[in-house]
Ligand binder design. Structure first.
Ligand code: 5GP
Ligand code: ZN
Length: 110
């Protein structure tokens, strides 16, 4: 998707602070952290939102979910964290490329 912000980030056209990358998935720190640790996990494939998820995405979705505890521990959130998937305009989604927010560790630094 030419105009999608997160597709541009996953292609390396817009820089990010990377947390994790493989051939299917990218994780990076949120530019406006809502907590001391706040990163996003995205599939590199352009999927608009949870509303577009289908059975064919099951393996990829499973991979995203299993990366959550691994990356959260690596980022110092071994005691616990929140996961949020804003879905659709009515669900507070602003960037229409599926992403999981993972955040915790107390308030963001001022
Ligand atoms: P949404 O409301 O769609 O679930 O969340 C989009 C998130 O993307 C927001 O938390 C916002 O701070 C983050 N974001 C928007 N633009 C950028 C960017 O250019 N780089 C990074 N790293 N995060 C971004
Ligand atoms: Zn995209």
């Amino acid at each position: 998707m030419d105009d999608c912000l997160f597709c541009k980030i996953s292609r390396g056209e817009i820089p990010c602070r990377k947390v994790y990358e493989d051939d299917e998935v990218l994780a990076f720190h949120d530019i406006r952290p809502a907590a001391r640790v706040h990163f996003l996990i995205i599939p590199k494939q352009h999927i608009e939102s949870m509303l577009s998820v289908e059975p064919a995405h099951a393996a990829l979705m499973g991979k995203l979910m299993t990366l959550v505890p691994q990356l959260a521990r690596e980022q110092g959130l071994g005691e616990g964290f929140k996961v949020n998937i804003n879905t659709g305009r009515a669900g507070g989604q602003e960037v229409f490329h599926l992403h999981l927010h993972v955040f915790g560790g107390g308030p963001a630094a001022a």
